[in-house]
Design a binder for this molecule. Structure first.
Ligand code: IMP
Ligand code: MG
Length: 174
């Protein structure tokens, strides 16, 4: 069972507001990089409210959770043909947890030749430890819980839910 954490209407409103914030703040046009799979729906919604988009790129990033002693490992499927259409890249991810994904994406984007790199996440988990990377634009700060829906999965399920939910088991069966 899932419990709604962020309702559909609140997501839609915040995505529009985020786009307005980005349109207002970022001078000139942007290339957009959508991190798959989790950010596919957020990306599809956000780009349609962005004013000046040169190109939309997609990269698959899969994180394998480490243990207390081994750090998280991220497997990138970075396409060779990802070449800048403009100077500025806006990286889009679903959620910032440890911050490792955003941090590595920024390094790879720099190597690909983008001069200015910005990032936006729909959610940021508020954790006890310091994040490894930060995003320039943040949709929602959320508690440190496993969330799903609106593109995010749990073992490939729940991606098509229109809201952000929490598995009730992670809430102790309530
Ligand atoms: P980070 O590298 O630790 O910041 O983790 C970011 C990535 O982990 C995101 O792009 C998600 O794919 C995944 N992730 C982190 N937390 C969650 C969650 O609560 N639900 C689903 N995916 C998550
Ligand atoms: Mg992801």
């Amino acid at each position: 069972m899932t419990r709604v954490l962020i309702p559909e209407a609140a997501i839609q409103q915040r995505v529009r507001d985020l786009a307005a914030e980005i349109n207002h703040t970022v001078a000139g046009s942007v290339d957009v990089l959508i991190l798959l799979k989790g950010a596919w729906i957020f990306g599809a919604d956000l780009v349609r409210s962005l004013a000046r988009v040169n190109a939309v790129h997609f990269v698959k990033a899969k994180s394998y959770l480490g243990s207390a002693t081994t750090p998280e490992k991220i497997c990138w499927n970075w396409p060779e043909e990802l070449t800048p259409h403009g100077k500025t890249l806006l990286i889009l991810d679903d959620i910032l947890d440890s911050g490792a994904t955003i941090k590595e994406a920024k390094v790879l984007a720099q190597k690909a030749g983008f001069q200015q790199i910005l990032s936006v996440v729909l959610m940021r988990k508020v954790r006890a430890d310091l994040p490894l990377g930060e995003a320039d634009f943040i949709g929602f700060d959320i508690p440190d819980l496993f969330v799903l829906g609106y593109g995010l999965d749990h073992d490939e399920r729940y991606r098509t839910l229109p809201f952000i939910g929490v598995l009730t088991e992670t809430l102790g069966g309530t």
